[in-house]
Ligand binder design. Structure first.
Ligand SMILES: [Zn+2]
Length: 414
């Protein structure tokens, strides 16, 4: 156990190295907007409370309430949410699989829309960790006051006006399809003066600004003709992932105080049933079978081990690398699907590294696993809902299982 945990820490260093490179030379800046890209269609408004929501807002009276400056609105309980059910005696747990996306910008690569649609086609609901400044156009970057950095600075590009509009449209559609909108915070600073060096007060400022950007985009952009987002972000937002997986210790108390249900910033753990940390669910990236050892369930880690510092490695190797990534995800899936049934957590960015092979690997995995018997491809919040509905004694027993260890469910679940 110790050796493998050590390996996780080592791999995380690879994550950071790759990330620093990815965020400066990333795919977000080659902007070539076309007329067809801009589609500010008004949001269809939900009417009538859908049944079966796990957390219906008791105060909702069926009327849409526009909030603040019209950037967001309360349209009632989110559609298409499963009802979390306690395991019955002897029942095998569902196999949860979470596909999560860091950043969630819709740009000319159209990866947000591609995977949102793919999720709908494959019974997959997902978590989008929105970067707050993706609702702030480049001309308004001075609105951002990052901890330990100059006003208006960020390690990633601010979006164009067109990409802000397109991202808002994707957020609207994703939420209406039942996907979760979390946060990836703002400036994506890693390493020195990044999240790992931030105090609790600095993390609070970072989180408050992320919420402020999403709840005030209409004022900040001047896009007065666009419909509000169909959710109250101050309630929708219950989880986040720190950029580069750095700074969880000082971030957790801030998230707890903000009412978060979970944090997904842990730099890596085994495929075991989750526990709480500082009172909220800890949903880490996981160690999956990779080559002769294990690797983290995130695109950065495949990139770092396959092409090192380059996001454009040798094209002759792409097919083999893609297969390695896909096979690693699938091996991690099979291990728990036929074993402990611990949830599988996968993290990814919208990127085109090495010819887009990591995107294709995710697509293949989603198509392969989400419609299988007993599998539920869900958001992190839905996993938190389910965990909270279980008998704590059963959860304790589940946590004792090794990933590939099937249980005698009739004895484990009483
Ligand atoms: Zn990131």
């Amino acid at each position: 156990m110790r050796t493998a945990r050590g390996a996780a820490v080592l791999l995380t260093v690879g994550v950071v190295a790759a990330l620093a490179l990815a965020t400066t030379g990333g795919s977000g800046s080659k902007d070539r907007p076309t007329a067809a890209d801009v589609s500010p269609s008004p949001a269809p408004v939900q009417s009538g409370a859908p049944s079966g929501s796990p957390s219906p807002s008791p105060s909702w009276d069926g009327k849409v309430k526009v909030l603040g400056d019209g950037s967001t609105s309360d349209t009632g309980p989110q559609p298409k949410q499963p009802k979390p059910e306690k395991l019955k005696p002897g029942e095998k747990p569902p196999q949860f699989v979470v596909f999560s996306w860091d950043g969630a910008l819709e740009n000319d690569d159209h990866l947000f829309s591609r995977f949102r649609e793919l999720g709908e086609e494959n019974n997959a609901q997902m978590t989008f960790f929105l970067t707050g400044i993706y609702t702030v156009p480049n001309s308004k970057r001075a609105l951002y006051h990052p901890p330990q950095h100059d006003v208006g600075a960020a390690a990633i590009d601010f979006p164009t006006d067109a990409h802000v509009k397109e991202t808002l449209e994707q957020l609207r559609l994703a939420w209406q399809a039942g996907d979760e909108i979390g946060t990836h915070f703002n400036g994506h600073f890693c390493g020195d003066k990044g999240g790992k060096d931030w105090s609790t007060e600095e993390w609070k400022s970072e989180l408050d600004q992320a919420v402020s950007f999403v709840t005030n985009w209409k004022t900040n952009t001047g896009f007065k003709d666009l419909a509000p987002l169909p959710f109250d972000y101050t309630k929708e937002l219950v989880g986040g992932r720190a950029p580069c997986l750095e700074g969880q210790n000082n971030l957790l108390p801030v998230e707890k105080a903000a009412g978060f249900r979970y944090d997904a910033s842990s730099p890596g753990e085994f495929q075991v049933w989750p526990s709480k940390k500082n009172g909220i669910w800890n949903f880490p990236l996981q160690m999956l079978p990779y080559r002769s050892s294990q690797g983290l369930s995130m695109d950065f880690n495949f990139l770092a081990s396959q092409s090192g510092d380059s996001t454009n490695g040798d094209p002759k190797k792409y097919a083999g690398w893609e297969k390695e990534a896909r096979d690693s995800y699938l091996a991690g899936f099979e291990r728990v699907y036929n074993g402990s049934r611990a949830p599988l957590f996968i993290g990814n960015h919208f990127e085109t590294w090495n010819g887009g092979i990591y995107m294709q690997a995710i697509e293949d995995v989603m198509k392969s696993v989400c419609k299988r018997d007993g599998v539920r491809c869900v958001s992190f919040r839905q996993v938190a809902d389910w965990m909270d509905a279980q008998d704590p004694k059963v959860l304790d027993k589940l946590r004792q299982l090794d990933p590939g260890q099937p249980a005698d469910w009739s004895r484990l679940v009483k």
